[in-house]
Design a protein around this ligand. Sequence first.
Ligand code: FMN
Length: 315
Amino acid sequence: MNFWTKLEKPILSLAPMCGITDSAFRQICKKHGADVVYSEMASVDALYYKKSAKKTLDLVKFQKLERPYVVQLFGKDPAKFAKAVEIITQQVKPDGIDINFGCPAKKVFGHGSGASLMNDTKKANQIIKSVIQNTTLPVSIKIRSEVKGVTAVNFLNSIDHNQLSALMIHGRTYNQGFFGSIDYTIIKQVKSLLDIPVLANGGINTPEEAKLMFDKTNADGIGLARGVKGKPWLFSQIKDFLVRDKYNEKNFKQIKKIILEHAKLSQKEKGEHGIVELRKHLTWYIKGFEGAKELRQELVRVNSIMDITKILSMY
Ligand SMILES: Cc1cc2nc3c(=O)[nH]c(=O)nc-3n(C[C@H](O)[C@H](O)[C@H](O)COP(=O)(O)O)c2cc1C
């Protein structure tokens, strides 16, 4: 079943972020209004080889309440994509598969994967074909506004996008990386070119910026990334703002409750190490608080839920 066709618009999605969008965080985002959540990107090379597959399968495992849940894959070899997608479909059983055509990181781009594939449409096409042929799940792609002279529109005009189920576009070029202005025009052009849900991504940190994105692009949905770091309730704030033109801020007591809930989920999913991985989230949750600097110094050393509870109760 193609879940993308069943989603009510506007679609608010949690964009993929490696090192951040793990199962615990996705569960928290889902609880606070995300309509669809993406995994951290997973390597098809790692899934291809038995030795490394287990670690990657662990990275993309999920809980039912995260559904609809999309696993994002990156790589450059169509044959490895075929095998990886088969493994994910049969063993992980998410609701969708996404292909990364947008990552500019040196290790990924230099390897011929991620955003560099927007410059190699022949290979990109083979990858899309290979993924679609080896899964029953809906397949989506994530692209950038432009990579070294090839715009998102050029790219889409030179690949076969007819069997894709959705697309997320980050409105920044490869050269811009993760900073600078968003190209609303190209997102709007992509939206009018396709009949599938188009999710606009980049620079959405407030409900006002979400509304601006919708107004300027006519997109079917949005992808939230850094804007939800320490603020998973941004999803519900955006929903409120789009419907009622206003939204509420969370107070410290409410944030504390969310932190503890996140901590419990992290521990449940990853054991003690989950709390160590949570430390960065803790520093994001308290950003802007009075005395955040001192609090931060304590929170980056926590090893247990008890440590977190103690520190927050003293605050
Ligand atoms: C720490 C970090 C990790 C990311 N990991 C991925 C990833 O695994 N796959 C992907 O397609 N994009 C990844 N991105 C890009 C985001 O999905 C998003 O496109 C980008 O951050 C722009 O959105 P923003 O301005 O709202 O942050 C990552 C971004 C950040 C900051």
